[in-house]
Design a protein around this ligand. Structure first.
Ligand code: ZN
Length: 436
């Protein structure tokens, strides 16, 4: 196993997951929505056109020459490479969501406390999604099992909502790191059913990528062609993101993917870390909007912003799950300015865990990240009703420092499970669980 300076697993020379041979459902342009509208002059290409011209995506084979994204044309340049007459017309594969029949309908996102890691439940009037399957395992004394925490919460949720019939419409795995996939085993044993799976397409028969590969096979009952989608950057050519019936199986909301697996050659920085291959998805529900960033780090966030530089408003949402648990490398100032969230949520562990994969072990969240969110520059626009003293880290493996939170920044390691309720008109309420 290869680790980076922060102790996170990276791809090494003898651990090279392949791109999934079965891509699942074809990707389509992200559906125009309240916050996502394609510029009129935008060239939209189907993935097959790109595949046929895929030499533009090949990277130098020599390690010393590998760089990203300098060697890879950004999508805008790829689109420019096509003559207008070559542009096949794209047909969005799904109708737009119906106007809300019930203006009082709400959606909720449950950011579940899973120790150091991430796992969220998106509760819609028309279905349920899961974004990552937390979480921390060990805690130094074996006391933390984030995967069990997540799946226990999910089972309780399903018992309280029998109308969902114990069925999850779609599970999005942002990337195959343990803190995002540890609950896969408990989910398989839970009796709950999964209808569709979206992941970054990385495939292996071992390690965490092997767990992702096995999960997708189990959850879809090996019907990858109809119940699965690999979100890979090389398959996306629009500036509106991508969607299809796996990414967005919902009639009452819109889901769009912006980022995922970048390339099959993974041993070059900064893409040696699985974090930078995180699936990034956005939910729209009436005027309400949520963005899930996985563990995308600042360099990849910058590249992502560049890919969408004609249409950066696709990232302008109200509720942001902060990338990479509030790590210093999870902050990209330019992206945060575009997102300009009203509310930011950090999924991280409790400060009492002494495990190597704990919030303390990684130093999440970093004080400097919190400072960017509420001080310099101010990126989170809503305020808490009153300031509250929590904590953050100056480095990994040091004692936490107290930190006063004034803006609408919430942390699962501070407050336990966080539930954000959103109305169709874009009104939000935030409830926090028991302190850990
Ligand atoms: Zn993580």
């Amino acid at each position: 196993m290869y680790l980076d300076a922060d102790g996170e697993e990276i791809f090494g020379p003898d651990y090279q997951p392949q791109s999934a041979p079965e891509k699942g459902l074809p990707l389509y342009i992200g559906r125009p929505n309240a916050g996502i509208s394609p510029p009129e002059n935008l060239l939209l290409l189907p993935q097959e056109s790109l595949r046929q011209n895929s030499q533009v995506w090949s990277l130098p084979t020599e390690d010393s020459q590998r760089q990203f994204p300098g060697d890879v044309p950004i999508l805008r340049d790829v689109r420019k490479g096509f003559q207008t007459w070559q542009m096949p017309r794209l047909t969005p594969n799904r109708r737009l969501p119906a106007p809300p029949s019930d203006p009082d309908a709400v959606m909720k996102v449950h950011y579940v406390y899973v120790g150091q890691g991430a796992g969220a439940i998106v509760e819609l009037p028309c279905g349920v999604a899961v974004v990552d399957l937390g979480g921390e395992y060990g805690g130094g004394d074996g006391s933390v099992d984030g995967g069990a925490l997540f799946v226990d919460y999910l089972k309780g949720f399903m018992q309280q909502h029998p109308g969902y019939d114990n069925k999850i419409d779609v599970v999005y795995l942002s990337h195959p790191h343990s803190d995002h996939i540890n609950g896969a085993r408990q989910l398989r044993e839970s009796g709950l059913r999964v209808e569709k799976v979206v992941d970054n397409g990385q495939t292996s028969d071992k390690g965490p990528v092997g767990r992702q590969t096995a999960f997708r096979s189990w959850a879809t009952d090996n019907d990858l062609a109809h119940r699965y989608t690999a979100v890979e950057l090389a398959r996306q050519v629009t500036a509106t993101g991508a969607t299809n019936a796996a990414i967005d199986p919902f009639s009452c909301a819109t889901v769009t993917a912006f980022w995922g697996g970048v390339n099959e050659r993974l041993s070059f920085k900064p893409y040696s870390t699985p974090n930078n291959h995180s699936v990034v998805v956005r939910f729209d529900f009436g005027q309400a909007s949520f963005l899930f960033m996985g563990d995308l780090q600042d360099t990849a966030a910058k590249d992502m912003l560049e890919q969408f530089d004609e249409n950066t408003e696709v990232f302008d949402v109200d509720v942001l799950q902060l990338a990479h648990h509030g790590a210093d490398n999870g902050i990209n100032d330019d992206l945060l300015k575009v997102v300009s969230p009203r509310i930011a949520v950090v999924s991280m562990g409790d400060k009492t865990s002494m495990g190597t994969s704990s919030a303390r072990g990684y130093g999440h969240p970093r004080l400097e990240s919190l400072t960017v969110l509420q001080d310099d520059p101010v990126t989170v626009t809503d305020m808490r009703s009153s300031p509250h003293s929590y904590w953050g880290y100056s480095h990994s493996n040091v004692d936490p420092s107290s930190y006063t939170v004034r803006r609408a920044i919430y942390g699962t390691g501070w407050e336990g499970t966080i539930v954000v309720t959103a109305s169709q008109s874009g009104q939000y309420t935030v409830e926090t669980g028991q302190s850990h």
